[in-house]
Design a protein around this ligand. Structure first.
Ligand SMILES: [Zn+2]
Length: 681
């Protein structure tokens, strides 16, 4: 059949669509030849009878891969226009590549058939309404997809057989590099190596990624990492939790070659998804493939540790977690005597101090039920402290020595790293100097830039040196006075150190962790405490529950007087909490709520918190602003700036302010007129 006879007047009334796609940007740049071929197609359309101005070019998809229609707006637009019957003909180089995916292609064919749209490529003109043409086009699409499949299979096959031999070149984490023979070795840069060694040692010691990050920050240490997506240059930055977790989970640090740690797929819309697989499902795992920073056993132990931390943080699991802030001595060590799960800590405030409760809610939280049991922690902690003081003497020396060794190692390591940071800065400054000296002095522009770089490097060097010296001084100070005294005291005098109010809670907790395996709590008439020491010795204690007092007629007056006193110092919500903590219960045996306290205050005509504070001379924001004169509404601002002091009024974050002195008032007025006066401290 003569191809021209397929074109009818009906077709020519509609527009011609030229679809252009180069699958990668590189093809776009290199393939100037195909532009020429596309012009040829245009000329053919004109020859078939389409006027030049009715030829629509769709080129939005330049640089997009053709493997699916998702994300390819041009192709979707083409399908839409064809579907609306706007298109008389669709043109493309090798049209089957319009859509490299059979589903997309057949959809287009079908729509073209329905709307009587022609298809034109370099091989010929097709009418999808004709059976023979449709068959041919369908085959072209299938072949094209098959071709893509073969190319991909060949690529993946190559990758997999290389991976099987452990020879596949992959992105390596900071600290590992390829040598000239493509073998993985430790980064020859000593500073990188040392940082990673210290990193893994710190995790070993603290047992938590978070504590490791804190330690690095405290010591002012930088951590090596690679730029975006692990592809960039090596660079130094303060350690973050994300970086720490990535490093701890990276098996290559254990000298293991692995491949297929994740699975990725495309959904119906062509979006790519990636999922991390559990270790058992990794495709290849080859231990001892290259040198590393820790053994495979250590790696596995770290993984276990991390997942336990995760569970403790989430309230699941039953093993001891790392020591956290907060005074609860047994945090991470307590087990529920009823169900055996790990108990978590909940704090509430008692006379300005945090007081812990141990709560077993692992199972019940999931079912939205009340906790399995809640045990008041204050008494338990105290009893355990006494027990330790009584029974710890034979162990004391060993503990002290461990602590001392640990502190000294830690400081020495950090010092070494900081020295290396200085050396690196020195080296970079020297290199910048050499670059500057080499440049032709007549080339002013380059010389200026290089000189600026050199100066910058010198500044960084000075900074690194200063940082190093400051830290040295600090470390020396810490070790010589505070720490040493504490260590010696611990060796000879565990009870005194334990009871010393200056000993931080964190240290006390760490000591408890060195000595105790776990503690099981069961709440009954009183609290039964079973203590298991490291090494297996056990001990049982009974700790009384805090007494609860129910208000009766007899206690009534004393109680109201107490409430009156509390209201001078605390907001109503705080008063309710304090009463509960002191064990008071209402006449019906209920704990106190905010409403109950408010009700009692009105019944007994006690003064409101507001009246009390006003009587104490405190002022509202409005009153302060009146003093400052018109045009100011900045009481809150001055409180933040530290000029005004505020007292909490109620649970709604309302505050009252202490009367400013004349000097303060003057300062605020002056600063209002002239904001450049510096903020007071
Ligand atoms: Zn329980």
């Amino acid at each position: 059949m003569n191809p021209e006879s397929k074109v009818t007047a009906e077709h020519l009334k509609r527009a011609a669509y030229l679809y252009i796609r180069q699958s990668t940007l590189r093809q776009v740049l290199e393939n100037t030849e195909s532009a020429e071929r596309q012009y040829a197609l245009r000329r053919r359309a004109v020859a078939l009878g389409w006027p030049e101005e009715r030829i629509v070019v769709i080129d939005e998809d330049q640089g997009q891969s053709g493997a699916s229609a998702g994300g390819r707006e041009g192709f979707q637009r083409l399908v839409a226009e064809v579907g609306l019957g706007q298109a008389g003909i669709v043109m493309g180089l090798e049209v089957s590549r319009l859509a490299r995916n059979c589903a997309d292609w057949h959809r287009l064919l079908e729509i073209c058939g329905l709307t009587h749209c022609l298809i034109l490529d370099e091989d010929g003109l097709y009418d999808p309404g004709h059976y023979n043409d449709r068959l041919l086009l369908g085959l072209k699409g299938t072949m094209s997809e098959a071709e893509l499949h073969v190319i991909r299979a060949r690529m993946i096959g190559g990758v997999i057989s290389k991976a099987q031999r452990g020879e596949l070149r992959m992105l390596l984490p900071a600290g590992l590099v390829y040598d000239e023979e493509d073998r993985v070795i430790l980064d020859p840069d000593q500073q990188v190596q040392q940082s990673l060694r210290v990193f893994f040692a710190t995790f070993e010691r603290t047992g938590s990624a978070r504590a490791t990050v804190q330690e690095f920050r405290r010591q002012g240490l930088q951590f090596p990492n690679r730029g975006p997506a692990g592809r960039g240059e090596l660079r130094w930055a303060p350690l973050t939790s994300r970086m720490a977790l990535d490093a701890l989970h990276h098996p290559r640090y254990a000298g293991v070659f692995c491949y297929g740690r994740s699975r990725s797929w495309k959904d119906a819309e062509g979006r790519r998804h990636t999922q991390q697989l559990p270790r058992e499902q990794w495709r290849f795992l080859k231990p001892d493939a290259h040198p590393g920073y820790l053994s495979w056993e250590q790696f596995l132990a770290n993984q276990k540790r991390l997942s336990e931390n995760f569970q403790v943080a989430g309230g699941a699991g039953r093993k001891a977690g790392p020591a956290r802030e907060g005074p609860a001595l047994l945090q991470g060590l307590v087990l529920c005597g009823k169900c055996g799960h790990a108990m978590t800590v909940r704090y509430h405030r008692r006379q300005g101090e945090l007081s812990p409760d141990y709560v077993c809610s692992v199972e019940t939280v999931a079912r939205a039920e009340p906790p399995c049991q809640v045990v008041p922690g204050g008494g338990v902690d105290e009893a355990i402290g006494q027990l330790l003081v009584q029974s710890v003497t034979p162990l004391a020396l060993e503990v002290a020595l461990n602590v001392q060794n640990e502190i000294q190692n830690r400081l020495a390591e950090a010092e070494r790293l900081r020295q290396q940071q200085v050396q690196r800065a020195q080296y970079e400054a020297e290199r910048a100097q050499v670059r500057y000296m080499r440049v032709d002095p007549n080339n002013r522009l380059v010389a200026d830039t290089l000189e600026a770089q050199w100066n910058e490097k010198l500044r960084l060097l000075a900074q690194a040196k200063e940082e190093c010296q400051n830290r040295q001084r600090l470390d020396a100070l810490q070790l010589s006075q505070e720490q040493r005294a504490k260590i010696l005291a611990l060796a000879s005098d565990f009870p005194r150190v334990w009871q010393d109010p200056k000993t931080p809670d964190r240290e006390r907790k760490r000591m408890a962790r060195l000595l105790l395996e776990d503690v099981t709590l069961r709440r009954g008439e009183d609290i039964t405490v079973q203590v298991r020491f490291k090494g297996g010795a056990t001990h049982q204690l009974q700790v009384p529950l805090p007494k609860s007092v129910t208000i009766t007629r007899k206690t009534n007056l004393a109680f109201i007087a107490e409430m009156d006193r509390l209201l001078d110092e605390h907001s109503e919500a705080e008063v309710a909490q304090i009463l509960n903590e002191r064990g008071w219960r209402s006449s019906t045996g209920q704990p106190f709520s905010l409403t109950l306290v408010q009700g009692l205050r009105r019944t007994y005509r006690l003064k409101s918190r507001f009246t009390r504070l006003q009587e104490q001379g405190l002022l509202t924001a409005r009153q302060i602003e009146d003093m400052l004169g018109p045009g100011t509404n900045r009481a809150k601002y001055w409180r933040k700036a530290g000029v005004l002091k505020a007292v909490k009024l109620n649970q709604h974050y309302k505050d009252l302010y202490q009367r400013p002195t004349d000097a303060e008032l003057e300062l605020m007025k002056r600063r209002h007129r002239n904001p450049s006066i510096p903020n007071p401290k």
